[in-house]
Design a protein. Structure first.
Length: 338
């Protein structure tokens, strides 16, 4: 889990990891699994980074300072043959420079869930994206392709149904893709409802449900989720937290960027009660007085240092209790707001 205030780069971390894995997992149109040449991989990585981050040029992703500077990215997997290292300078245009090539491909396409839900823009979005210059992140296009995949069949169906139960209970129905290309939520009480009429928080649940149903979030794979808590009330966040742990237990490596104390606590509670064997890592991003971002790492959120966004939640709770109890405001207890 990546934790930090706005502007510390949480989303950038997720996008950088997603981009390389997506390129490694991509197959050619004829389905071949052959590894690309070094030149092909360098071009593909450059294209993906530009499509995902949408900068004016690749060089814009390098820390800006006078003179030549370079961004270097290193990816290490449990399977060493997948390891990859590359970089690019503040003078780069479209390609990266690979320092270490992988000798295998990632088996399964990763999933990236942005803060905005995508079910309502799905109809026609992929074809429009492919034929028109749109200033939308490529993650939207990638995820829409996965949303349109056929439902998984066979032995996996029983596991999928088990994962879908809490989501469908929270939504009050099932997600279906109409032949017209539009998503509907089929409510058990009142029939079909256009996804545009469904509350945005429930659309997030519907997105996860659809990706589970197609098998994109089953078995081996990767899920990158940017602020799962956005536009959700605490009750639904609890459902999301349970689903995240269920997905992880089914072999998906989950990457989360958040500054929600509620979500972090709920994940911790559920893991301690139900999933102690799951391996977790926390990364705290902090802006230094010089404006640089420092990183602290640990196995729990207590190991990553003070996070201002989380501290504010605690301080507000204390101020609320003090107010209800009639505690007078003094410089001593009011300083917690600083």
């Amino acid at each position: 889990m990546v934790i930090g205030e706005n502007g510390t780069g949480k989303t950038h971390v997720l996008k950088a990891a997603y981009s390389a894995i997506a390129v490694s997992a991509a197959r050619s149109k004829d389905g071949t699994t052959d590894l690309p040449s070094k030149a092909q991989l360098q071009l593909a990585l450059g294209d993906k980074l530009q499509g995902v981050f949408c900068p004016d040029g690749l060089s814009r992703l390098v820390r800006r300072k006078q003179g030549l500077s370079k961004c270097r990215l290193s990816y290490k997997f449990n399977v060493p043959n997948l390891n990859l290292e590359f970089g690019f300078s503040n003078r780069a245009k479209t390609e990266v420079e690979i320092e270490s090539m992988p000798s295998e491909r990632v088996e399964k396409l990763p999933v990236f869930l942005p803060t905005r839900e995508l079910l309502t823009i799905y109809p026609g979005f992929v074809s429009l994206y492919e034929t028109t210059r749109l200033s939308f992140e490529e993650t939207w296009r990638d995820t829409c392709i996965l949303l349109g995949a056929p439902l998984a069949r066979g032995p996996r169906e029983s596991r999928i149904k088990k994962l879908l139960v809490p989501l469908e209970e929270a939504m009050g129905g099932k997600v279906e893709l109409d032949p017209s290309g539009r998503f509907y939520l089929y409510l058990s009480s009142s029939g079909a409802m256009e996804m545009h009429l469904v509350a945005e928080g429930l659309r997030k649940l519907a997105t996860i449900a659809r990706l589970i149903a197609t098998g994109s979030l089953l078995d081996k794979g990767y899920l990158f989720w940017d602020e799962p808590e956005a536009n959700l009330n605490p009750k639904i966040i609890k459902t999301i937290a349970g689903t995240i742990l269920q997905i992880a237990r089914n072999g998906i490596q989950v990457f989360i960027a958040t500054h929600s104390l509620f979500l972090l606590r709920e994940l911790h509670i559920l893991q301690q009660r139900e999933s102690k064997k799951l391996d977790t890592s926390y990364f705290g991003l902090h802006i230094s007085t010089e404006g640089a971002v420092t990183v602290s790492q640990g196995k729990t959120m207590d190991d990553v240092g003070s996070i201002a966004a989380l501290d504010e939640d605690l301080q507000q709770s204390e101020r609320y209790v003090d107010t209800e109890m009639g505690v007078p405001v003094t410089p001593a207890n009011d300083s917690r707001e600083d």
